[in-house]
Ligand binder design. Structure first.
Ligand SMILES: [Zn+2]
Ligand SMILES: [Zn+2]
Length: 211
């Protein structure tokens, strides 16, 4: 079902590409960038369009965007799995040879320091002065640069692990929900009172519309 497009230019993807995709530079995408590049090197994978690579991210925040850009693993291709445990931890699995690595980071003194945390809280609650906002911006920028340039052995933990192959994205046939009439993948339908319906119809969880 998948059509392979190889139109993507072959120049290497960079941290600049991550910033463009994510919308801003921050420590989170720096973590994602380091994780993806380290994992691909450890697994011997270089082509971002390689769909044999699967990323399992233990966060749903900024870092995931760098993973998508650098490793080419996306939700739509079915090779991006998110378990949001609020951790900068990223596992990569290579379907070609079954090898996997889990990338974690040594504690980050910079972004976990007390003054950083209290400053951040103040800024995000809208109670900071312009000077304090500039201070936080400066600290975030410094942390981002530190994460990007720290020697691998100082910042990264690369663990070779053995895991079961993540399930492949399935190809669905579409059917029509007998209640709302919308098209829905057959594997996602429920039987309610003999009718074949979509999950929102079965559970009453259609997106609430404002009157
Ligand atoms: Zn961010
Ligand atoms: Zn429905």
């Amino acid at each position: 079902m998948h059509t392979h497009h190889h139109s993507r230019e072959s120049r290497p993807v960079t941290f600049e590409d991550c910033i463009r995709f994510h919308g801003h530079s921050c420590p989170g995408i720096a973590y994602g960038f380091r994780a993806a590049t380290a994992a691909m090197e450890a697994l011997g994978v270089s082509r971002p369009e390689d769909e044999e690579l699967v990323a399992i991210c233990e966060t749903d925040a900024c870092g995931v965007d760098a993973i998508q850009v650098i490793a080419g693993t996306t939700s739509g291709k079915g090779n991006l799995i998110i378990h949001d445990y609020g951790k900068h931890a990223f596992t990569f699995y290579n379907r070609k040879d079954g090898k996997a690595v889990r990338i974690t980071f040594h504690r980050d003194e910079a972004t976990e320091a007390g003054d950083f945390a209290s400053l951040r809280k103040k800024v995000f609650s809208g109670n900071a002065s312009e000077v304090e906002e500039a201070q936080l911006h400066e600290l975030m920028h410094k942390a981002t640069v530190d994460i990007l340039h720290a020697p691998a052995d100082k910042i990264l933990r690369i663990e070779k692990i053995t895991i079961d192959a993540p399930k492949k994205a399935r190809i669905f046939t579409s059917v029509t929900c007998e209640t709302c009439g919308e098209s829905v993948a057959d594997a996602k339908t429920r039987k309610v009172n003999g009718k074949c319906v979509c999950i929102p119809c079965a559970e009453g969880t259609h997106i609430a519309r404002k009157k």
